[in-house]
Design a protein around this ligand. Structure first.
Ligand code: ADP
Ligand code: MG
Length: 483
């Protein structure tokens, strides 16, 4: 992604003023610190302003919210009623999008309401009636409102489906079809998605009119700013591998994706036991707990979020440096969404995936489908860890300015201890603060991975090793041996 970076050619750096957005909107985005439009914004804003329907695909974290929001908000005429409707898959996304639109539309006198489950319907309807121009809603709650008919006049002229692929994944297709029956026939409809599976294209055909198609992620569907690596490990080595890699990489902020709620909780306990600040995020937590966790994570109150796919969908947290796939996700789309939590807004990131030998084939499939450059690596050994810790310690000793207290204390120790012994003890104190632990060797070495690659993966247990039938083990026989 090239957001915030200068264009390569010596063309003039085009800013947001090229589009003819409303001046009040420009003011809002300047205050938000947006300087250069991202590629999806450059392509989408003129189409939105021209009033065309649009189907846009861009990687996560490339600024899709502003890509539809800026042009759409520039066109509101404040003649009463909701003029712009954004439909998003989850509550978290609805409030995130509403916040971003509020920020960008701050000087355009735009009122935004977010409507999702878990809050009073009548209060929401009241807020909407009181003069909101923009409504951001989840499908289920929106349908409730439309059926209850308590929002007053409801004829938005711009309708946006945000993160459309996730809505489909979450089974909202029927709700969406019902919602569109309530919406005015003359409207502008925009569909934004990180991936474009056939089901989305089908949906688009039924709700968009002669849409213009935009795709900014030709070739690879994952950002070039994400370094993608994988490690082949044994099934029982996942936790050891994650811990070792966390200790080696020292991420500022990271997310570890697990498959189940139980896995997130178990891993959190292991990490906390080793001194990491870790918290779980999964679908069984209630809304307040989830929001509290996300808020604390955004504020940097802890460093590792251990999450399931559903709970972390579309999360926009700045400064996530590492995404770990504790398990390979089930499909390519999940992989793209997961690793898209890092390298947002022009930053760089690392995505690390753990696979066992039998999952290698699935990894190849994801690699092929994304067109990503994914490299095999070896998990650092205990020895590698010691060397790296030693090097860091040496560097920090060299960098350490000498304090007054040092001279005083050395004087006190004079005559009691040799200087060399003193140095050894002082360094021991420092070294005890960061000690490598865990098994020496975790996962496969390059040679083994290469053999696996050549074979195209290990056979799954049902197909592979067939043992000759030996008959049922006889209980009596086994017991007899022990007796
Ligand atoms: P997406 O929907 O594509 O995943 P978002 O709309 O959530 O991406 O944007 C990701 C982050 O990038 C947000 O924090 C947003 O404020 C920021 N952002 C968007 N556009 C720009 C821009 N032109 N310059 C700087 N930051 C931007
Ligand atoms: Mg988005």
């Amino acid at each position: 992604m090239v957001m915030n970076k200068r264009p390569v050619a010596d063309a003039p750096i085009a800013g947001f003023e090229q589009f003819g957005l409303a001046p009040s909107i420009i003011k809002g985005l300047q205050e938000a610190g947006f300087i250069t439009p991202s590629p999806i914004q450059t392509q989408a804003i003129p189409v939105v302003l021209a009033g065309h329907d649009l189907i846009a695909q861009a990687q996560t974290g490339t600024g899709k919210t502003a890509a539809f929001g800026l042009g759409a908000m520039s066109q509101l005429d404040h003649k009463g009623g909701v003029e712009m409707l954004v439909i998003t898959p989850t509550r978290e996304l609805a409030s995130q999008v509403a916040d971003e639109l509020f920020r960008l539309g701050k000087y355009a006198d735009i009122k935004t309401v977010a409507a999702y489950g878990g809050q009073s319907i009548s209060r929401q309807a009241e807020l909407i009636r009181r003069g909101a121009q923009v409504l951001v809603a989840t499908p289920g709650r929106l349908l409730d409102h439309l059926r209850a008919k308590r929002m007053g006049k409801f004829a938005p002229k711009i309708v946006i489906l945000d993160e459309a692929d996730e809505m489909l994944d979450m089974g909202f297709i029927k709700d969406l079809e019902l919602i569109f029956e309530f919406l005015p026939k003359t409207r502008q409809t925009l569909l934004f998605s990180a991936t474009m599976p056939p089901a989305i294209q089908k949906l688009a055909q039924s709700i968009l009119k002669d849409p213009i198609q935009i795709q900014t992620s030709a070739g690879s569907t994952t950002s070039k700013d994400i370094i993608q690596r994988y490690y082949v490990i044994g099934e029982h080595e996942r936790t050891d591998a994650v811990v070792r890699l966390m200790e080696f990489e020292e991420p500022d902020k990271s997310i570890i994706f697990c498959r189940t709620k139980r896995e997130t909780e178990a891993l959190c306990l292991s990490l906390a036991g080793l001194g990491f600040g870790a918290r779980a995020l999964h679908g069984d937590m209630d809304q307040n707990q989830r929001e509290a966790s996300i808020k604390a994570y955004k504020k940097g109150e802890f460093e590792v979020l251990v999450a399931t796919d559903i709970a972390a969908r579309g999360l926009d947290v700045t400064g996530i440096t590492h995404v770990f796939n504790y398990h390979l996700p089930f499909d390519t789309e999940s992989y793209i969404h997961r690793i898209g939590r890092t390298a947002r807004a022009g930053k760089k990131g690392v995505a690390i995936t753990l696979v066992n030998a039998r999952e290698y084939r699935s990894l190849e499939r994801i690699k092929h489908a994304t067109g990503a450059d994914m490299q095999a690596e070896e998990v650092p050994t205990l020895k590698n860890m010691e060397q790296s810790l030693d090097a860091k310690l040496v560097q920090s000793i060299l960098d350490q300015p000498v304090r007054q207290a040092a001279a005083r204390i050395i004087k006190t120790l004079e005559g009691q201890i040799e200087l060399e012994d003193l140095a050894a003890r002082a360094v021991s104190m420092l070294a005890s603060q960061a000690e490598a632990s865990g098994p020496d060797q975790i996962g496969m070495k390059f040679a083994q991975i290469q053999a696996l690659q050549e074979k195209g993966g290990a056979p799954s247990p049902s197909k592979g090793r067939k043992r000759p039938f030996k008959g049922k083990p006889r209980r009596g026989a086994a017991r007899g041996k022990r007796d």
